[in-house]
Design a protein around this ligand. Structure first.
Ligand code: FCB
Length: 472
């Protein structure tokens, strides 16, 4: 049986200079939420609201990375990590959204210098969802002014680190910030206002564009990009026109609403029409699309799963929804294997996604900035974690990425989510995504089997046949 399942390419080698990395985000690992002048973010406030985060978990202790940073960088060095994607916490740098807090910048300067000394490329993201709560109190991403505050924050970061960092990412997954934060309320700030979700979308895009201009000005030789969570959209019944129409709509709301303004100079006509009842056209001020569509050096893609879309109601329908204007959408189950998050595992779809980006938005270098899975990792009696399911997951996704490279896609790197087990947003600490297990009581780090496996992949710049066998 194994022989039949063997991949067509036995030993995919990745291109020379392919960047191998790991990803984290500030609020998910740092802890130390009140240290050195940090003020609360929308996630701190959200965690205090009963029932919003599983287990009542909060940003403390995180993985205590703020205090353990040097040891964590050392661990990355031991694994042979080439690049480290982390995020900078706005509420440390401009805690109330206004004045700069030098102590907050000190931490990221130490982090960047420690990485550089270890030969690891720093790959910072300016915004991974932790808006200062003070700005939310002025409307947060509903308020156009927040985009300008973001550019000021970016400028303070670039002033300190612009001479050392060669690659900047403005936003991580603006879809989540806008539609989960302001649409369904599943994420901070927990609002359920469709018009606010649409306003947040436009203001996040504007913030990206303004920050990109800051990067160009203050670090002219650095690369600038953005990371999107993109979902291949599969239509449940391609013979049903209602399902096909829902597929178009969801692809628009999830993917093209960001891709087209960033890379094609404007919102797609169909999305503008779908969201006209929610005020999208009126949000666009003269000059906005030029700012948002300024050329980029790279696109980061976070890929976890595809969507199987239907217009026929099922148990998901009728919930308060992030699918603004398309609340009757459903996602029928297909019987695919799933991760601990309940997400279908469908690695092959990654190839199609990369090919689509290559064809529809050509000449743009691509990076997979997140890919990974939660599994119910268990410590054995010997204290190891034999997470063969995670190894299989990564192996399959790397093969899918490699297949796209073979077909001409300019994919330049892969960052695994995540280095460490961490705070998985509304799911709290129960969902473990790390290559390295974290005991949140003792903060003890234990590399899982996947860590040594991935370490070898990075070293080999590719996959070996024997790793396939282990993965299956
Ligand atoms: C992504 C987020 C990241 C992490 C993974 C599992 O949507 O960017 O912070 O939570 O999901």
């Amino acid at each position: 049986m194994r022989a039949e399942a063997a991949p067509a390419v036995a030993e995919p080698a990745f291109p020379d200079n392919f960047l191998w990395g790991v990803s984290t985000a500030a609020f998910q690992i740092e802890g130390a939420t009140t240290m050195d002048g940090r003020a609360p973010s929308i996630w701190d406030a959200f965690c205090e609201r009963p029932g919003k985060v599983a287990g009542g978990d909060t940003g403390e202790p995180g993985a205590d990375h703020y205090r353990r940073m040097p040891a964590d960088v050392e661990l990355m060095g031991e694994l042979g990590v080439g690049a480290y994607r982390f995020s900078i916490a706005w509420p440390r740098v401009r805690p109330d959204g206004a004045d700069v807090n030098p102590a907050g910048l000190d931490f990221y300067e130490r982090l960047v210098d420690t990485l550089l000394n270890a030969g690891i490329t720093p790959w910072p993201t300016l915004y991974h969802w932790d808006l200062p709560q003070a700005l939310e109190e002025h409307g947060g991403w509903r308020n156009r002014d927040t985009a300008y505050r973001f550019a000021e924050y970016a400028s303070a970061v670039l002033e300190r680190l612009g001479d050392r960092v060669e690659s900047w990412t403005t936003l991580n997954e603006p879809w989540c910030s806008a539609f989960l934060g302001y649409g369904s309320g599943r994420h901070a700030p927990g609002r359920t206002e469709p018009r606010a979700a649409v306003a947040a979308t436009h203001h996040l895009l504007l913030a990206h564009g303004l920050a990109t201009a800051v990067i160009r000005e203050q670090a002219p030789r650095a690369a600038a990009g953005v990371t999107l969570n993109l979902f291949p959209v599969n239509v449940a019944d391609p013979d049903d026109p209602a399902d096909v129409e829902m597929g178009r709509r969801i692809d628009g709301l999830q993917n093209r609403i960001f891709l087209d303004p960033l890379l094609h100079g404007g919102y797609p006509e169909d999305v503008l029409g779908d969201l006209a009842p929610f005020g999208l056209p009126e949000l666009i001020a003269p000059g906005d699309l030029e700012i948002i569509g300024a050329p980029l050096d790279m696109l980061g893609i976070n890929y976890y799963r595809d969507l199987n879309v239907s217009a026929k109601p099922d148990e998901r329908s009728g919930r308060p929804s992030e699918w603004v204007g398309a609340e009757t959408v459903s996602f029928p189950k297909r019987g695919l294997p799933q991760t601990d998050s309940g997400w279908d595992i469908n690695a092959g779809e990654l190839t199609g996604l990369l090919l689509r980006l290559h064809e529809e938005y050509p000449r743009l270098p691509l990076y997979i900035t997140e890919n990974g899975a939660a599994f119910p990792d268990r410590l054995t009696a010997e204290g190891t974690i034999e997470d063969t399911d995670r190894v299989a997951f990564i192996d399959a996704h790397l093969r899918a990425a490699h297949a796209a490279i073979e077909r001409g896609v300019d994919l330049r790197g892969y960052f695994h989510w995540s280095l460490l087990d961490n705070f998985e947003w509304a799911e709290g600490y129960a969902k473990r995504f790390g290559l390295v297990h974290v005991d949140f009581n003792t903060q003890r780090r234990t590399p899982k089997a996947s860590a040594s496996w991935y370490s070898r992949v990075m070293k080999d710049n590719g996959l070996r046949q024997e790793s396939d066998d282990r993965a299956r």
